[in-house]
Structure formats: structure tokens, C-alpha cells
Ligand binder design. Structure first.
Ligand SMILES: [Zn+2]
Length: 405
């Protein structure tokens, strides 16, 4: 079941923008300035506008597209980037998400258009010229212009309508995704696309590619609207998950025991996993990770608590990565650094590990484990520690996730 679904993802029934060659749409062109933030600190204000097709784009009653979605998402990213500092050695080092967005009517000069269910005739023509069908897309952030001197871009964010001629083809989308659950899906998909405006490319901070629950993974927007994930915690939780920092409220897990029987037996014994369970799920809150078992990958046959992993709270920081890179065009006049064309922008994301103790529900076993937590996602990996002090692989997960087979 799981495999089938992820195969469908790989075929790209829906994409969030990577396939639009020529337009820069975040995660697409891995060269030159294609992934640059659309604006850096020399741009103080950005002109923006909103277009909505109210006949075909339905959002939650009583909510306002600017106040409850766009402003919320812009504030989210400003908060995420708050950790970026002015580099005292190189004060012109690029910073992103520093701009004030000023909303007005949509004109040819508008720098960022937020288009809810709307594509202009010229944009439709662009799809056509590329042999693309807009109904293959759920959401997009497309940079249409970039001034290589002032490092200032222009473009649009598009969120597909839930009905009408531009409604996505996929039948695996819940009804009225943007108004369901008070609009939480619209906030999250918009946060993903606006992340591209600020230069955040597609990531997978987990041990494997394809953590569907991670905000900036390529599959995130489509995972958010899938029928099969409709009740999953990464969707129904109201807040946008943190991008740079760890997620203290992570409440999910994954089916992590695969087809490898030998591996499974070892993990089974270590965690005291009853034979009827094939999957392990996790629910993390601060330093406690509750471990659950379930029969099926989707948890449909019910989950049963197996035990608890308690972190020792002596974190070791093991890896810092910076997912935002900026390529400096030779003609630019804004950033003055001695050398180098590719610069890191924004705060680092830091993974950490900790020693921990696993105890099963019956308190019959207490075992030492080594846990690694990846920032910005619920992704956790763990190794068991045997009595003789050897480490062996237990699991690595985020939920739900495209497993490699
Ligand atoms: Zn994307």
C-alpha cells in the first residue's frame, strides 16, 4: 500500500513547481542565480498584490487571505530568519526575509503576486509553451524576473483552485482542501511557496530523501492535501512546523520495520515488539518519545503503546547545514565580500544526538539507545546499544516518508 502510493508520487501526479524549466520555481535550476532569494536586505519594501477566483477557490469562512494566510506566513519566515545576524566582518553579507510587503492593486510593476486559483492569460501561455498543464500543479512560486545588479526579483505564488477549469487532475486530493480544518492546509502550502521567495530550496533533512512532513521537502504541498494523510498529525496541527530549529511538538512516527526479516527480528527483540506489529510509530514531546506499534503502515488497525524513550538531555551537536545558498552574479553591486560566488544565507540547521533509555510498557526491559534528531522535522534516527557497548541500527524515520526499496 505504502509502496504504491509513493510510486504515484514519483510519477509526479502533482508537483510543487520543480518541473517548470525556464521559470525559476524553487528547487528547479541548480545553477547560477536560479535559487537566490528574490530579495536581500537592500530591498526594504516589496510591492505585493492578491488575486483570487472566488468562484473556484474556496477558503475558510471568516478568514482573510491577507491577514490569516499571507501575513501569517510572512511573519513565520521573518521569525525563522530572526537568527541571521549582520556579519560584522562583511556587513553586506546577504540576509533574507527582511522586507516589508506593501499590498496594493496588481499592476505590471507589482513584485510579488499572490494568485489564489488565478493564472493570467500570459502565464497560461507560458505553461503551454513548455508543454505543461497547469492542472498538474497544486502550488508554485515562480520568479519571472531577476535584476542581477540590484539582486531584486519579481514573480508570483500560485495556489490551485479546488474547482473549475484549473482544478488539479489528481483524484487523491480531499474535497475543498483550502477551507477544510479552518484553512490549515492553505497556511502550510503557502508557507512552503513563500519559503522559495526567501531562497529556501527543497530539502530533506532526514536520513532519507522524501520526508513528506517536512515543510520544504518537494513533496510537502501535495502530501498536505492527500486524502490518505487527512487525519495525520503533521496536517491537523494548527501551526507551521519550524524550519531551522527542532520541532518540540512533533507527534508522529512511521512504519519503520521493513521486509528485512533478520533486521526486524533484531529490532523486535530490542524493543520487545509483539509479532503482530510490523510498524513503529513515535510521538515526541520535549525529551520523551512514546513508542507505539501497529499492524499496518497506515496505522489503521490501531496503535498500541510499546514503551518510552527518555532522552538524557545531554545533547551533542553533530551536524550543521545551511540550506540557503546565494550565487552572486558578477554584475551585482550590493554584496561586497573578498571572494567566492556562492554564499550561505540565513541561520544553520543543526542536528543533535543524545543518549537515551528505552523502557517497555511492562517495565521488563531497559535499554540504552542513541538518538539523533534532525531539525525542522520530526525525523528521528536511533541506534540500539548492546550490553557489550556495541551500537546497531534500530530505525530512522519521519512520517510519512518515501522509503527506498
Ligand atoms: Zn517547492
Amino acid at each position: 500500500m505504502t509502496r504504491k502510493f509513493f510510486a504515484a508520487v514519483a510519477l509526479g501526479l502533482l508537483t510543487s513547481g520543480t518541473a517548470l524549466a525556464g521559470w525559476n520555481s524553487g528547487g528547479g535550476e541548480l545553477f547560477k542565480d536560479g535559487l537566490n532569494p528574490w530579495f536581500i536586505q537592500n530591498t526594504k519594501t516589496v510591492s505585493a498584490c492578491i488575486e483570487v477566483d472566488t468562484d473556484h477557490f474556496h477558503y475558510a469562512d471568516g478568514t482573510d487571505l491577507k491577514r490569516d494566510y499571507i501575513d501569517k506566513v510572512l511573519a513565520y519566515w521573518k521569525g525563522q530568519f530572526a537568527g541571521q545576524r549582520v556579519n560584522s566582518e562583511f556587513p553586506t553579507w546577504p540576509r533574507t526575509a527582511t522586507q516589508r510587503f506593501e499590498f496594493g492593486p496588481c499592476t505590471d510593476e507589482t513584485e510579488v503576486r499572490f494568485q489564489f486559483g488565478v493564472l493570467s492569460p500570459a502565464q497560461l501561455k507560458q505553461f503551454d509553451r513548455r508543454g505543461q498543464d497547469p492542472r498538474d500543479f497544486l502550488s508554485l512560486a515562480v520568479r519571472t524576473d531577476y535584476d542581477r545588479v540590484s539582486l531584486r526579483g519579481k514573480g508570483f505564488v500560485y495556489i490551485a483552485p479546488d474547482s473549475g477549469p484549473l482544478k488539479p487532475y489528481s483524484s487523491d486530493i480531499i474535497d475543498r482542501p483550502w477551507s477544510a480544518n479552518g484553512g490549515i492546509r492553505l497556511v502550510k502550502v503557502l508557507a512552503h511557496e513563500v519559503g522559495h521567495i526567501f531562497g529556501v530550496a527543497h530539502t530533506s533533512s532526514g536520513p532519507d530523501d522524501g520526508a513528506l512532513d517536512e515543510l520544504m521537502s518537494a513533496q510537502y504541498p501535495e502530501a498536505i492535501v492527500r486524502k490518505r494523510f487527512a487525519d495525520d498529525s503533521f496536517i491537523v496541527r494548527p501551526d507551521i512546523p519550524p524550519f531551522f530549529t527542532e520541532d518540540l511538538e512533533a507527534t508522529s512516527g512511521s512504519c519503520v520495520i521493513g521486509d528485512d526479516v533478520h533486521f526486524s527480528q533484531r529490532v523486535r527483540q530490542f524493543l520487545v515488539l509483539p509479532p503482530e506489529f510490523n510498524c513503529i510509530w513515535f510521538k515526541r514531546k520535549d525529551g520523551i518519545i512514546d513508542v507505539f506499534g501497529s499492524k499496518y503502515a497506515d496505522g489503521s488497525a490501531g496503535r498500541q503503546r510499546l514503551g518510552t524513550i527518555t532522552l538524557n538531555d545531554q545533547k551533542a551537536y553533530i551536524r550543521a547545514e545551511n540550506p540557503i545558498h546565494m550565487w552572486l552574479p558578477p554584475e551585482q553591486t550590493i554584496v561586497h565580500v573578498p571572494e567566492g560566488y556562492v554564499l550561505n544565507v540565513g541561520p544553520d540547521r543543526v542536528a543533535w544526538s543524545d543518549l537515551a533509555t528505552y523502557e517497555d510498557v511492562s517495565h521488563s526491559v531497559r535499554r540504552s539507545v542513541h538518538v539523533t534528531v534532525f531539525p525542522g522535522t520530526q525525523s528521528i534516527s536511533a541506534e540500539g546499544i548492546t550490553d557489550s557497548g556495541r551500537l546497531f541500527y534500530l530505525f530512522e524515520t519521519s512520517m510519512p516518508k518515501a522509503r527506498k526499496h
